[in-house]
Every structure is written in structure tokens, then in C-alpha cells.
Design a protein around this ligand. Structure first.
Ligand code: ZN
Length: 206
């Protein structure tokens, strides 16, 4: 454990906080025309690119939903409990990060949802919280103390990623206007249900 990690354990911040940007699932299938399209999703890509180029972050990580074709969350595989259309199937066009996303300065791409038997909304773990994706390890290795989270979709993968980040001890902020949600009222509803220690920041960062 590094000195910074020891301090962080006791809630002490040393110097300037090292902050990471986590870009959740900005993939073709979640954008307009995709298998599980989120309305107006592609509108957040340009603002996210501006964040990437802003020098605000010590580390920039993107997550990528990456399911085998027999994934349990797909209705077609599991008509009783599968709730999603087949999406982000490994090595398909739909699973690719959107081509307008500037990946040149992204330090790591973390794949999630690879186990056919369980879904993975969070960028940190499968939904059973047993299998880790490796995101936590990358953040700790870089002595990151705070994370800003953006991407798709606010009410699922962004939310669950933020909740895990908080539990892991990171100062956690969701940049609401750099996300889009599946449920139209999610940006409002989320404020009432999400842990109050997660900062919800509105507007564009200067
Ligand atoms: Zn998925």
C-alpha cells in the first residue's frame, strides 16, 4: 500500500487530488441506430472529447460492454429474465467504441460483461460483485483519489459504476450533462435514489 493509499484510508488528502475520467460504454449499440440505442447518445461524444483533451485528468479509462452471443441478459437467450435486446456482442460493429470518440488519449479500455451467466452494469465488477474487471486495480496503481464518470447509460452502467467507485473509496462525481439515460426522467429521479455522497454535477466543465 502506498503512502497516499494509507492516507486515503483515513480520509486524508495529500496535495492535489489525482483524478481519473471514466467513460462508460460509448459504443455503437448504445448510440442512435444501435441495438440498444439511448436517445441523443451521440450528442455527448463531442463534449467528452473536450474533457479528454482538457488536461484535468491524470488517467482516462473507457469501459466497453463486451458480451458473448449467448449472454444471459439477452431476451433471445433467456425469454423469462433476459431484459435486453442482443447488444455489444464481442467483435461486432455494435460493440465497437463509437468512431467519433477520441481514443488517442485513453489510457486503458476495460471490457465488462464477458461472463455469459451474469450481467455487468458496473465498470468494476459483474453484478454478483465477485469477478473484477481490472478497473479498480488500474485506478489504485495510479494513486487515483477521485473519479468523474460520464457516458451511457446514466440509469444503468454509469450509476452502478459510480456506486462501486464510491464504495471503493474514491471521491465520485457523475457529470450529468455528459451522460444520456434510457428512462427520460432518470436525471431527475437519480438524485432521489443514489447515495448522497456521489456528487451529481450539472452543466459543462469550464
Ligand atoms: Zn450489456
Amino acid at each position: 500500500m502506498s503512502i497516499i493509499e494509507k492516507f486515503r484510508k483515513f480520509g486524508i488528502t495529500v496535495g492535489e487530488m489525482r483524478k481519473a475520467l471514466i467513460i462508460v460504454d460509448v459504443q455503437n449499440d448504445f448510440c442512435e441506430g444501435g441495438a440498444l440505442a439511448v436517445s441523443h447518445a451521440s450528442e455527448i461524444i463531442k463534449p467528452i472529447n473536450q474533457l479528454i483533451l482538457s488536461n484535468k485528468y491524470s488517467l482516462i479509462v473507457a469501459t466497453q460492454d463486451w458480451h458473448p452471443a449467448n449472454h444471459i441478459s439477452f431476451k433471445i437467450n433467456n425469454p423469462t429474465t433476459g431484459i435486453w435486446p442482443a447488444h455489444c456482442v464481442q467483435n461486432t460493429e455494435g460493440a465497437k467504441l463509437h468512431s467519433n470518440l477520441d481514443i488517442t488519449r485513453i489510457d486503458a479500455i476495460i471490457k465488462k460483461g464477458e461472463n455469459p451467466q451474469i450481467d455487468s452494469y458496473s465498470g468494476f465488477y459483474d453484478n454478483d460483485k465477485i469477478n473484477k474487471t481490472g478497473l479498480e486495480k488500474i485506478l489504485f496503481k495510479d494513486n487515483i483519489q477521485a473519479v468523474d464518470i460520464v457516458g451511457l447509460a446514466l440509469d444503468y452502467c454509469v450509476r452502478f459504476t459510480a456506486e462501486d467507485a464510491l464504495l471503493l473509496g474514491f471521491t465520485t462525481t457523475i457529470l450529468i450533462d455528459y451522460t444520456k439515460a434510457i428512462a427520460p426522467d432518470a436525471p431527475k429521479a437519480l438524485a432521489g435514489i443514489i447515495d448522497k455522497r456521489i456528487n451529481l454535477k450539472y452543466g459543462m466543465l469550464k
